[in-house]
Ligand binder design. Structure first.
Ligand SMILES: [Zn+2]
Length: 376
């Protein structure tokens, strides 16, 4: 269940709305219709009276219209922020599956990002850069609007409020609170100095500290919103740390480091009852089948299970073995073996070197390797 639906596509990327985002639009509209803060700015010898918030807009219909227009424009700005990230990612050839807008902002779902600190930093900075540009643009337009329409004109207020919020959005996102954008830049910076897992752990810990500070500020007067964001940052930091420590530890690990070298092979002539008792005795779930001294197939417990009880006495391994074999080399990355198994939905890969079978690597070998490497 995702509780989100698609509203359209931009540059081929599906844009999705989460239900929390729908709830937030009227809330934002309401909030901004209940207050007004006026500031005077003296810029280039020109005094601008600018209002923030729509409380003073009359009549009420106009107040609500501007408040809602503001809330929707704000949502567009958040989407553009997210598109900023996505466009940089696409320039690097990464596929963006979708962008989902939540109450706290947008989240782009993309396929696995190659772990390149420089690229990640550039991607992370792109979002706040978009917010900053929109913010600066809206503020400049609000000055123009103040000049021609007056400082208290609702259009001036709309532009000024939108500009200020976008600048706040930029600053807020640049806080080094992982997994917010600033935190990603921080992780990239750490990652150029230490292992990726360690860098993620550090950035996540700093993110959690920020989350706790934000939560406390929220409790003592900052409002419920800050508490929500604090929760989100805390949970997301924990999640990211965990998922990184599962995938990344395999980096640098070779197939030859984790494969089983004690090779038990069987022949195609072996009767089924014999291989069944062999599987029982040795607790292996699959065996390479050697035909004339060469790898001819693989037989696994699931191949055996498919043969009906009464036919097992007359069946031999050669009848049921899988001849379509995917192999891997000892010098290949263990992570590559993991991907191959997941893609093909298989549990073990024979390891071949110069046409010779030198070992076998199974999913359990990989799981064990992840456990060991995560602890180092
Ligand atoms: Zn962002």
């Amino acid at each position: 269940m995702s509780f989100a639906f698609q509203i359209g596509r931009i540059a081929g990327i599906p844009i999705r709305l989460h239900f929390t985002f729908l709830a937030i639009i009227p809330i934002v509209a309401y909030l901004f219709s209940t207050f007004t803060a006026t500031t005077s700015l003296d810029l280039f010898g020109q005094v601008y009276e600018l209002s923030y918030g729509f409380k003073d807009v009359e009549p009420a219909e106009a107040r609500w219209a501007y408040s809602f227009a503001f809330a929707i424009l704000l949502f567009l700005c958040v989407a553009l922020h997210e598109l900023g990230h996505s466009f940089v990612a696409m320039r690097y050839g990464i596929t963006i599956r979708s962008i989902t807008l939540y109450f706290f902002g947008g989240v782009a779902s993309m396929e696995d990002i190659p772990r390149d600190p420089g690229m990640e930093a550039r991607m992370a900075v792109a979002g706040p850069a978009v917010s900053g540009i929109i913010g600066a643009g809206a503020i400049l337009f609000s000055f123009q609007s103040a000049l021609f329409l007056g400082g208290i004109h609702p259009l001036t207020t709309l532009l000024w409020t939108l500009g200020v919020i976008n600048v706040i959005l930029m600053i807020f996102n640049l806080l080094p609170a992982f997994p917010m954008d600033g935190g990603r830049v921080l992780r990239a910076w750490f990652a150029s100095r230490m292992s990726y897992v360690e860098a993620t752990r550090r950035a996540a810990n700093i993110g959690k500290i920020f989350a706790i500070i934000m939560g406390l500020l929220g409790l003592f007067g900052g409002g419920i919103f800050l508490i929500f964001i604090a929760f989100f940052v805390y949970i997301a930091a924990t999640e990211e740390d965990r998922s990184t420590s599962i995938i990344v530890p395999l980096e640098g690990v070779k197939v030859k480091d984790i494969m089983s070298r004690e090779l038990k092979t069987v022949t195609p002539e072996m009767p089924l009852p014999d291989i069944i008792s062999l599987m029982f005795r040795e607790k292996h779930r699959g065996y390479p089948v050697m035909v004339d001294g060469r790898l001819g197939g693989i037989v696994t417990i699931s191949n055996v299970q498919k043969v009906p009880e009464e036919k097992r006495g007359t069946t031999v391994v050669g009848d049921i073995m899988v001849k379509e074999i995917y192999v891997i080399g000892p010098e290949d990355e263990a992570a590559g073996a993991m991907n191959k198994m997941m893609e093909r939905q298989i549990r073990r890969l024979p390891v071949m070197e110069d046409g010779r079978l030198v070992g076998i690597v199974s999913r359990s070998d990989l799981v064990r390797a992840i456990e060991i490497c995560s602890g180092r």
